[in-house]
Design a protein around this ligand. Structure first.
Ligand SMILES: Nc1ncnc2c1ncn2[C@@H]1O[C@H](COP(=O)(O)OP(=O)(O)O)[C@@H](O)[C@H]1O
Ligand SMILES: [Mg+2]
Length: 432
C-alpha cells in the first residue's frame, strides 16, 4: 500500500492495520467492521495473540471506564485513535472522552459488542471478569491476553510468579483456618498482615496483626470475605517505590524511573520522582521490573510495587498489569507519559523515551481535597512562584466527591522534589 493511500486513509479516519510488513485498511481483511472477530488472531490458551501493528484511526476498546481509561483515551486520542469503553456507570470518567457501552463487566453480550466496535481491546482495572477476558482473548484481539490478569487477580498466584521471576516477596503463608493462622503467625512472627487473596484495593481486605490477641478477631472478619487468605510478614521499610515497565509484543521493554510512594491510611498520597534512593537500588528496582515483565510475558504496562527494607533489600509487594496511580507523574514530567506508552505497547509501535524532564511530586486529590483545590485554582499563588513550582491539575469528571474517593491529582513540577514537597506542605489543599 502506498504512503499516499495510507495518508488518505488516516485523513478519512479509517485507520490502518498491519501484520508484519503488510499494511491494509481496517475493514479490508484485518478486522474491519463486521469482520473483526473473524479476522482477529486467536489466543486460545489465554496468552497474548500474534502481534499486530495497530495504527491511528483504529478504535481501541477499554474494559472499565474509570480515570485510567479516561487518561488512556486522552493520550491515544491525541495520537489519532478512537475509543470505546464498557462500564456500568453512565457518564463514567472515560465515557466523557470516548463512546461508552453502559453494561456490567460480566455482561458477555456487551463485551461482544465492545469487541465488534474495537480493533484492539485493553483493560484499565484488574478485576475484569476472568471468563469475559478469556472469551474476548479468544474471540477478538487482546494483545495482553488474559493469563497475566488471571495471575495478578490472586495474591498467591502473583507471589509465585514474582518469585519465579527471581524477585523477593515478603515471607508469606496461605491461610485456611484460625489454627493455620496461629501456626503461620508463630512461624513468620508478628507484626504481620492478613490479606484477602482477591478483590483488595487501597488497603481494603487487609488486617494488620500486631499481637496474639489480634488473630481471632481478624480471622472472624477475614473469613467473611469468602476468598483465599494470605498472611505476610510485615516488612519494616525505609521507603516504598514502584517501577512501571512497558513491553511490546515483539519484546521491546522500557521502564520509567522509580517513583517513591507515600501512602496515607493505605491510599497513595504522594509519588516523589526522582525517588530518594541510591543508584544501586534504582538500578536493581528497574532490573526486577524488567525481569518480571519478561518472565510473565506482559504486554502493555505492568506496575511493580516494592518495599525498600532498612538494609536495602527490595521486596516486591504487588503487581498491576495496567496504568498505575504512581505513574501519573509522567503526564507532564516525562518525555512519554505512561498512557501514551501503554497505547504504543498494545499497538506494537516503538516505545517512547521514558526519561524524566523535570523533578516532580504527584499528589492525589481525594473527595475531601476537591473544595480546597478549587479554591486554590481561582487565585494567584505567589508561594508557587517563589518556590519555582508549577502545579498541574487533573480532575477525572466524577460526579460525587465522596470522602477518600480518588477525584484527581496534581503534578507539581519543580526545580527539585524538596520545593514540590514544601509547596504541598504549605498549601491548604491536603490538610485533611
Ligand atoms: N507486608 C507488608 N509489610 C509492610 N507494609 C505493608 C505490607 N503489605 C501492605 N503494606 C502496606 O499497605 C499498603 C497497601 O497494601 P497492598 O498490598 O499494596 O494492597 P492494595 O491492593 O490495597 O494496594 C502498601 O502499599 C503498604 O504501605
Ligand atoms: Mg498496592
Amino acid at each position: 500500500m502506498s504512503l499516499n493511500r495510507d495518508l488518505e486513509q488516516l485523513l478519512n479516519g479509517e485507520g490502518i492495520s498491519c501484520e508484519g510488513d503488510v499494511c491494509g485498511p481496517i475493514g479490508a481483511g484485518f478486522g474491519g467492521p463486521g469482520e473483526r472477530q473473524a479476522a482477529a488472531p486467536k489466543a486460545e490458551d489465554g496468552g497474548s495473540a500474534a502481534a499486530r501493528t495497530i495504527l491511528p484511526g483504529a478504535t481501541i476498546g477499554i474494559l472499565g471506564g474509570g480515570q485510567l481509561g479516561r487518561m488512556l483515551a486522552h493520550a491515544g486520542g491525541r495520537m489519532g485513535y478512537k475509543f470505546v469503553t464498557l462500564d456500568p456507570t453512565p457518564d463514567a470518567p472515560c465515557g466523557q472522552t470516548a463512546d461508552q457501552i453502559v453494561a456490567g463487566y460480566s455482561d458477555r453480550k456487551a463485551a461482544r459488542e465492545l469487541a465488534r466496535r474495537s480493533d484492539v481491546i485493553t483493560y484499565e482495572f484488574e478485576n475484569v471478569d476472568a471468563d469475559v477476558a478469556a472469551m474476548l482473548a479468544s474471540e477478538s484481539y487482546v494483545p495482553q491476553g488474559s493469563d497475566l490478569l488471571h495471575t495478578t487477580q490472586h495474591r498467591l498466584r502473583e507471589k509465585r510468579a514474582i518469585e519465579a521471576a527471581g524477585a523477593r516477596v515478603a515471607p508469606y503463608a496461605e491461610i485456611a483456618s484460625l489454627e493455620g493462622l496461629r501456626e503461620a503467625a508463630a512461624r513468620l512472627g508478628l507484626p504481620a498482615v492478613l490479606k484477602t487473596a482477591t478483590g483488595g484495593y487501597d488497603g481494603k481486605g487487609q488486617w494488620v496483626l500486631r499481637e496474639e490477641a489480634d488473630l481471632a478477631p481478624a480471622w472472624a472478619e477475614a473469613e467473611q470475605a469468602g476468598t483465599a487468605l494470605v498472611l505476610e510478614k510485615f516488612i519494616v521499610f525505609d521507603r516504598e517505590i514502584s517501577v512501571i515497565a512497558a513491553r511490546r509484543p515483539s519484546g521491546e521493554i522500557r521502564t520509567f524511573p522509580p517513583a517513591e510512594n507515600v501512602h496515607v491510611r493505605n491510599i497513595l498520597h504522594l509519588s516523589i520522582v526522582p525517588a530518594r534512593v541510591d543508584d544501586t537500588i534504582r538500578a536493581e528496582a528497574e532490573r526486577l521490573a524488567v525481569s518480571i515483565a519478561e518472565t510473565l510475558g506482559a504486554v502493555g504496562l505492568i506496575a511493580v510495587e516494592m518495599f525498600v527494607a532498612t538494609d536495602g533489600t527490595l521486596y516486591v509487594n504487588e503487581l498491576a498489569p495496567r496504568p498505575h496511580n504512581s505513574g501519573h507523574y509522567t503526564m507532564e514530567a516525562s518525555k512519554t507519559s505512561q498512557f501514551e506508552q501503554h497505547i504504543r505497547a498494545i499497538c506494537d509501535l516503538p516505545l517512547g523515551d521514558p526519561g524524566l524532564l523535570t523533578p516532580v511530586v504527584m499528589a492525589n486529590v481525594l473527595g475531601e481535597h476537591v473544595l480546597p483545590l478549587l479554591d486554590w485554582m481561582r487565585t494567584a499563588d505567589p508561594e508557587a512562584a517563589r518556590l519555582g513550582v508549577e502545579p498541574k491539575v487533573h480532575l477525572y469528571g466524577k460526579a460525587e466527591a465522596k470522602h477518600k474517593r480518588k477525584m484527581g491529582h496534581v503534578n507539581v513540577l519543580a526545580p527539585n522534589v524538596e520545593a514540590a514537597l514544601a509547596w504541598i506542605a504549605q498549601s491548604n489543599i491536603w490538610r485533611v
